[in-house]
Design a binder for this molecule. Structure first.
Ligand code: AP5
Ligand code: MG
Length: 221
């Protein structure tokens, strides 16, 4: 195990970013910084940010770059991220966010940028079965035989379907991925910083591919 890692995970909605980042955050002992989780927490708490972001998230659109950049800047400035590192899940999501992140991380650059690659038809299947703990964000797959209310094994919170997992919002999110986020792959590849990991296996297989890719990216620096 190597502590002190700084990572970015990019991938389609439903690729398994959140699922894998939770596990990697325990493995590398670094915070999992999910901008989606941060926004959902703000919505739940009814903060100004949450009130502004609620409708945008539910429609499957993107929150403005400036708001997101300031949110992440503040989070990366906290002690745990500064001293131990972090795994960024869901940020950057546009080239403007990536450029801002390059400036923020100039003194302590990112060790690896991973594209967790899962084709569109498979992520649609995964998202339609996804249920998520409202409190800690742990993901589950619904198989139709669950007891209700569904209680999270990890924290005892309510396990529910996310408000943005409707068919319309998922289609919009996936379309926005192609137009706004996929260009990031070229952004990082052209700077020789991108590693593509196949996200189609079981969660265990994908986890092993991810850690192998991260060790190899760190080793080559
Ligand atoms: P966010 O929360 O980041 O959502 P997302 O990008 O749509 O990604 P998902 O969380 O849907 O997918 P995931 O890859 O994490 O998959 P998961 O692990 O859950 O963002 C939400 C919204 O916030 C955005 O739409 C936007 O409005 C806003 N936002 C956030 N960041 C922003 C930014 N930077 N700029 C602007 N706006 C921003 O896995 C999916 C399912 O599959 C789960 O049920 C899981 O159990 C299952 N699964 C996982 N791995 C496997 C496997 N290997 N095999 C089988 N099943 C699996
Ligand atoms: Mg997620």
């Amino acid at each position: 195990m190597i502590a002190g890692v700084r990572l970015i995970i990019i991938g389609r909605q439903g690729a398994g970013k959140g699922t894998q980042c939770q596990r990697m955050s325990r493995h590398y002992v670094v915070p999992h910084i999910s901008t989606g989780d941060m926004l959902r927490a703000a919505v739940r708490e009814g903060t100004t940010l949450g009130r502004e972001a609620k409708a945008v998230i539910e429609a499957g659109s993107l929150v403005g770059d400036e708001i997101m950049i300031e949110l992440v800047r503040g989070r990366l400035d906290q002690d745990d991220a500064r001293t131990r590192g972090y795994i960024l899940d869901g940020f950057p999501r546009t080239v403007i966010q990536a450029e801002a992140l390059d400036v923020m991380t100039e003194r302590h650059p990112i060790h690896a940028v991973i594209d967790l690659d899962v084709p569109r038809d498979l992520v649609i299947d995964r998202i339609s079965a996804r249920r998520t703990c409202r409190d800690c964000g742990t993901n589950y797959q619904a198989r139709g035989a669950e007891r209700h209310p569904w209680i999270c094994d990890q924290c005892g919170g309510d396990v529910v379907q996310r408000d943005d997992d409707t068919r319309e919002a998922v289609t919009r999110r996936l379309d926005l991925y192609e137009s706004q986020t996929a260009p990031l792959l070229e952004y990082y590849a052209s700077r020789d910083r991108l590693t593509v990991v196949d996200g189609r296996g079981t969660p265990d297989q994908v986890f092993h591919s991810l850690t192998a890719a991260i060790e190899s990216a760190r080793g080559s620096q």
